[in-house]
Design a protein around this ligand. Structure first.
Ligand code: HEC
Ligand code: HEC
Length: 213
């Protein structure tokens, strides 16, 4: 336990992380709102069911992005990096998704992103947020198709008991989800913006919330 806490305060311990983490992190690429089209870009699709599917597929550019997917894994372990490799060092989800006894996410992931002073590791920063932890297993997206994730998002048994309005509320305003566009130094943000994702999800709901195949 003490060892993991030291990672945050000691440069020497940080190079320990570097030894464990031998996967090269791609550098951040600036992404503009053009990377996520607005609902108006789909207005020419006359059939509303087809438009609904296309709107979800556009939103899925965010949902399938590593910044989101890495916290919605199918296994017991978070994923890391743009290549979605297994989290290094090994950690487990624990009962509430916040880590196991003596190995809590919060030991390393603090209240806010932490930029490493010297680039001793393959990454430039450690993500942080007060509620940092894995999405519950029923919300796992890893390995699923866009259509499967869409159906799951609509299912209150697998989306935290939300109806479509509450699902939209979560996607448009949740502050942990917002981390995807503010992921810390050295990590490419999710495409577009949270506001635009919220617009796409609203337009998808307004057109009947149909799922791609
Ligand atoms: C730090 C980990 C983490 C990251 C990063 C993250 N999520 Fe989640 N997500 C969670 C947790 C934990 C929950 C469960 C909280 C709840 O239901 O209120 C959740 C729940 C959700 C839900 C509601 C339940 C469902 O799956 O239907 C949606 C939608 C969602 N996340 C979307 C996203 C999107 C989109 C991104 C990227 C922009 C993202 N998440 C990034 C941890 C994360
Ligand atoms: C011993 C320290 C440590 C513990 C404990 C830890 N992490 Fe991490 N985590 C890191 C470091 C360091 C990084 C940055 C590495 C990188 O980006 O290459 C990271 C990155 C991540 C990322 C990648 C973000 C992205 O999009 O690339 C996720 C997701 C993550 N951790 C989730 C968790 C969760 C959930 C827990 C608890 C179940 C947890 N971590 C526990 C050290 C830790």
């Amino acid at each position: 336990m003490l060892g993991t806490v030291l990672i945050l305060t000691s440069g020497v311990a940080l190079s320990g992380v570097a030894l464990l983490s031998n996967v090269t992190c791609t550098s951040a690429v600036a992404q503009g709102s053009d990377d996520l089209r607005a609902p108006s870009a789909f207005a020419s699709i006359a059939d509303s069911e087809a438009r609904s599917r296309a709107l979800f597929s556009e939103a899925a550019k965010v949902i399938m992005n590593p910044r989101c997917m890495n916290c919605h894994p199918a296994s017991d372990s978070p994923l890391q990096g743009n290549d979605k490799h297994r989290h290094i060092p090994p950690v487990v989800r624990g009962e509430a998704g916040a880590g196991g006894p003596g190995n809590q996410c919060a030991a390393c992931h603090t209240q806010a992103n932490y930029t490493l002073l010297e680039r001793a590791t393959t990454s430039e920063s450690i993500p942080g947020h007060p509620r940092w932890g894995l999405a519950p297993i029923e919300m796992a997206w890893e390995g699923k198709s866009v259509g499967e994730i869409c159906a799951q998002l609509k299912d209150p048994k697998r989306n935290g008991g939300r109806d479509l309005a509450l699902l939209h509320e979560h996607i448009a305003h949740d502050d942990l989800l917002a981390w995807g566009w503010n992921p810390g130094s050295g990590r490419a943000p999710a495409p577009g913006s949270q506001a635009r994702l919220g617009e796409l999800i609203q337009a998808w709901i307004d057109t009947g919330a149909h799922c791609p195949q």
